[in-house]
Write a protein that binds this ligand. Sequence first.
Ligand SMILES: Nc1ncnc2c1ncn2[C@@H]1O[C@H](COP(=O)(O)OP(=O)(O)OP(=O)(O)O)[C@@H](O)[C@H]1O
Ligand SMILES: [Mg+2]
Length: 371
Amino acid sequence: MSNFFQPTFGNRPEQIVGRDGEINAFISGLKEPIGARERCTLFLGQRGMGKTALLLEIADRAAAAGFIVARVTAFEGMPSAIIEQIQLNGSRYFKDEKKSLSGVTVGAMGFSFGLAFSEAANQQYGFRAKMSLLCERLEEKKKGVLILIDEVQTSAAMREVATAYQELVGDHRNIAIGMAGLPYAVSGVLNDEVLTFLNRACKVNLGSISIASIRAYFEHAFRSMNISCPEPILDLAAEKSRGLPYFMQLLGYYLTLYAKDTSAIDKETLKKAESSAIRDLEDNVFKPTLAPLSDNDRFFLMAMARCKDPITTNELQEQLGSQASSLQPYRKRLLDTGIIEAPRRGELVFAVPYLREYLLDEEESGFHVRR
Ligand SMILES: Nc1ncnc2c1ncn2[C@@H]1O[C@H](COP(=O)(O)OP(=O)(O)OP(=O)(O)O)[C@@H](O)[C@H]1O
Ligand SMILES: [Mg+2]
């Protein structure tokens, strides 16, 4: 029996749970006129909230809606990767256009044939001009172009692509863009002087998914694997996922693994699966999330962890003691990074499930914040 759950970063889950609203909104935005705000969307989410999974789903749905999709990560070679992906994914619409018998190729301006650039175009043109040619050529086949950028961050490549997008929209090319990144990285992009125009983009916060949708997913998964799971344990398992898609995958994975011999899940199985899942969460989410933070950030987080829920400004100030006023900038910084949220005035919460418990455990086991 293969495991229905796959807690691997960047993979495609069996089914996307609890993100219909976000996906449908983006796909229907593609039907809006060129340059509409919805056609330039930024998805913000903490590690494991499912940014990559969402982009994978959007790529397929957009392709079915008549878009040629380039899905890339914001690394150095991003501009040429985008061109290659468009050529690769769009070429099947040009299969019938053969080379002429004389060996001289037939093609539109700038192309040898299909979506392959002529040698001259290839050498002379940069990203923006090539994109313009590709969009124009694809418009002949009634196709739009969608660029999906994962792991968004400020870089020369990001500036080049985003600026070209803005110019192509100005030229009325049928192009749209979806970007996903950690809130921390996205706020860097929005503050970049070349990229400030992205502040006008739609911003979609990928927060927790609903416990009800997680429960339904567990029920469906265990049933398809012939594993019995009593209703109260299903309820408990869904609650323990706390809306984090990655934790849902981890918990489902270990529940399935530990139920292998008996094909049944009981309280004991859940307890074992939960501790294995938490261990993986710590290694793969908490450690990388905390790594870029300063000692003052951590000090602030520790003070928050010691407060009761909901964390009120008054109680937090007591915990911070004499440092309270000097640590105000860290509150803002942590809010910007998306690790904490302020659901109401005067209240703070941890945006990443289980982080509070992790911080308290670390403190108990002798971890000290250097100040
Ligand atoms: N909506 C969802 N439904 C079901 N599984 C999901 C969903 N979103 C994400 N997952 C699963 O959770 C795990 C983490 O998702 P993903 O890799 O997309 O996270 P991410 O936000 O891109 O994280 P990172 O910031 O580290 O790149 C993967 O195993 C993925 O398949
Ligand atoms: Mg990712």
